[in-house]
Design a protein around this ligand. Structure first.
Ligand code: ADP
Ligand code: ADP
Length: 226
């Protein structure tokens, strides 16, 4: 079955007397290893959908399943554990920890998960080699280029072998050549690790290289050629 399944998902925000229906009945399946681009104009619901897929927020109505497990009924603690186990996150601004080295940033999720030190060292070294940053292991993020920082963030997102990586405008602060390299890396690493990616992006050059493009408009998925 799919890694992620959304069925009939609704989400609204209430601002005083004003109701904003951010998602109005979203159905979406994401398959293992799939690279899915989520597009749509500002305000169409992309961030809201990413927050639901990332188990950061809960829907008003509809069902969400991660690896076949319904997540709606989980309490906050169980959702947090599932998020740490099954999900990885990549952001526009990298969100690396500036006082930690590249290796320490990538290691941090394993440290939090109490993985034994020898295994942590081996996995971090392999992951850094896989994203082409072995020789930068002991540098701090501010010594790296934007593209290199995003490669660190991808390595960190994948270090716990998540089934799904949520990426919010991951190439928005990169030049187009670097953006293409970062997308290629997500594709290559996703395939190698068996992780699906849901990537919110405005960048048409990138959507063309994804397996599937889902376009949101006013909180609904537009069906492509119907
Ligand atoms: P996008 O990421 O595509 O720009 P969002 O999911 O951020 O879309 O927003 C969808 C709609 O919901 C917009 O009208 C936005 O203003 C509104 N919205 C998003 N988050 C909130 C919030 N926390 N409170 C109130 N309204 C919100
Ligand atoms: P993007 O367009 O990049 O998705 P936004 O600027 O729409 O980002 O939203 C940034 C943050 O502000 C999000 O966490 C979103 O939920 C929140 N937000 C968006 N619109 C509103 C709103 N009308 N009221 C309150 N919070 C909002």
């Amino acid at each position: 079955g799919p890694v992620l399944r959304l069925a009939g998902v609704h989400k609204h925000y209430q601002l005083g007397a004003h109701r904003i229906d951010a998602l109005r009945g979203v159905d979406l399946d994401v398959q293992a290893g799939e690279l899915l681009a989520l597009t749509g104009p500002s305000g169409s619901g992309k961030s809201t959908l990413l927050n639901l897929c990332g188990l950061i927020d809960t829907p008003d109505a509809g069902d969400i399943e991660l690896n076949g497990q319904p997540v709606n009924a989980l309490d906050e603690t169980a959702r947090t554990l599932l998020r740490r186990d099954a999900l990885g996150f990549v952001f526009q601004n990298f969100n690396l920890i500036p006082v930690m080295t590249v290796a320490e940033n990538v290691d941090y999720p394993l440290f939090l998960a109490d993985v034994p030190p020898a295994e942590r060292r081996a996995r971090v070294a392999a992951q850094l080699a896989a994203v082409g940053l072995a020789e930068h292991a002991h540098h701090r993020p501010d010594a790296l280029s934007g593209g290199q920082r995003q490669r660190v963030a991808i390595a960190r997102a994948l270090i716990k072998r998540p089934s799904l990586v949520i990426a919010d405008e991951p190439t928005a602060s990169l030049d187009s050549h670097t953006a293409e390299q970062v997308l290629a890396l997500m594709r290559e690493r996703g395939r190698a690790e068996g992780a699906a990616f849901v990537i919110a992006t405005h960048d048409n050059r990138l959507t063309a290289r994804c397996d599937r493009v889902v376009n949101l408009l006013d909180g609904r998925i537009q069906c492509a050629p119907c």
